[in-house]
Design a protein around this ligand. Structure first.
Ligand code: PAF
Length: 297
C-alpha cells in the first residue's frame, strides 16, 4: 500500500516498511536498489529500540536514499553467563517506531538463518578486542565482528551507522572494514543521553528506580574529569582517581573498569597529549552499563 508522509508542506510518496526475514530476499532487494544507483544505509541493532537508535536511523536517512535497520539479538556476542535469553525484546513496538521514522526495510533474520549448523568461520580483530569490555567479555567482539561482517555481506550497504557509546565496538568495526577491504563507509554517531546525562541503552531497562537515580554517576564522573582536563590536568593517574572516587560515592555501583586509553589503538596511556578516551564499565545488580568521553584539546 502506498501512502504519503508530510515533510514541511510537501507531501512525499512513501512505501510502507517491509519486514524481511529471508537472507535471499534481503540480498535481492539491495541488489535491485544498487542497480538503480540508490545509496543504502544500514543501522545494525539488537532491537528494544530507544531514541539513541532512532538518531542513528535519522543519520542514515540524511546520508542515503534507503535505510535498512536490522534487529538480531546475536547469541555469539553473549558469554555463557550473560543475558542472551533475558535481553529485552519488543518487536511490535520496534516496528511501530521504525515505521514512524520512514525506514524502508526491517531485516529480522532467525538465528538459524544467520548461523547455519555447519558454519565455522569467525572474524577476530585481534588487539582491539582485548582491553576494556573485551577483558571481561572474552569472545564478545569476535561475535560482534562476525555478525556485522555477515550483515554487510547480506544487506550490501554503502554505509553503516554505529553509536559512539559502544566506542570499542566502533573501533573494532572500523579496523575490520579497513583490514578486509570492505566497501562500507562507517559513521559514528555521538552518544545520546537522558536529560540528567545517563547514556541511552537498552540495558537501562534492567535498572531499578533506585539504581536509575544512581546510574547518573557514570556521566557525572566523566564530565568532572573533562572539566579537570580542560583546566589543565593531563595525568592519567589523577583523572582515573577522580573518576573512581566519583563512582565509589554510589554504593549501588560496582566498578568493572575505568581506563584512559589511546583513541585508536585503545592501549592504556599515562598522560593525555592531544586526545584520549576515558572509558568505564559499571555493574548494577542486573545492568552492566558502559560510558565514555573523548578528552580532546
Ligand atoms: O551494538 C549492537 O547493538 C550490537 O553489538 C550490533 C552492532 C547490532 C551487533 O550485534
Amino acid at each position: 500500500m502506498l501512502g504519503f508522509r508530510h515533510y514541511s508542506n510537501t507531501p512525499v510518496l512513501f512505501l510502507p516498511m517491509q519486514i524481511v526475514e529471508q537472507i535471499v530476499e534481503m540480498h535481492d532487494w539491495s541488489e535491485a536498489e544498487r542497480r538503480q544507483s540508490r545509496r543504502i544505509a544500514l543501522i545494525p541493532t539488537m532491537g528494544f529500540l530507544h531514541e539513541g537508535h532512532l538518531c542513528l536511523v535519522r543519520d542514515g536517512k540524511a546520508r542515503c536514499d534507503r535505510v535498512v535497520v536490522s534487529i538480531f539479538v546475536n547469541p555469539r556476542q553473549f558469554g555463557p553467563k550473560e543475558d542472551f535469553t533475558t535481553y529485552p525484546r519488543d518487536l511490535a513496538r520496534d516496528v511501530r517506531l521504525l515505521e514512524k521514522e520512514g525506514v524502508d526495510i526491517l531485516f529480522h533474520p532467525s538465528v538459524e538463518a544467520i548461523y547455519p549448523a555447519r558454519a565455522q568461520t569467525h572474524i577476530e580483530v585481534e588487539n582491539l578486542s582485548l582491553p576494556l569490555c573485551g577483558a571481561a567479555r572474552p569472545g564478545h567482539f569476535r561475535g560482534v565482528a562476525t555478525v556485522v561482517a555477515k550483515l554487510f555481506n547480506i544487506v550490501r550497504p554503502h554505509m553503516a551507522v554505529f553509536g559512539e557509546k559502544d566506542y570499542q565496538q566502533l573501533q573494532v568495526i572500523r579496523r575490520m572494514v579497513r583490514d578486509l577491504n570492505m566497501e562500507v563507509e562507517i559513521a559514528g554517531h555521538p552518544i545520546v543521553r537522558e536529560a540528567d546525562g545517563l547514556a541511552l541503552s537498552s540495558r537501562n531497562a534492567y535498572l531499578t528506580p533506585q539504581e536509575r537515580g544512581a546510574a547518573v554517576c557514570l556521566s557525572r564522573s566523566l564530565c568532572k574529569a573533562d572539566r579537570w582536563f580542560r583546566r589543565g590536568e593531563t595525568s592519567g593517574r589523577a583523572l582515573l582517581c577522580l573518576v573512581r572516587s566519583e563512582l565509589e560515592k554510589e554504593p549501588l555501583a560496582k566498578i568493572e573498569y575505568v581506563k584512559l586509553c589511546h583513541v585508536e589503538t585503545l592501549e592504556d596511556i599515562e598522560k593525555v597529549d592531544d586526545a584520549a578516551l576515558l572509558a568505564l564499565a559499571v555493574q548494577f545488580s542486573k545492568a552492566r552499563l558502559i560510558d565514555n568521553r573523548v578528552l580532546r584539546r
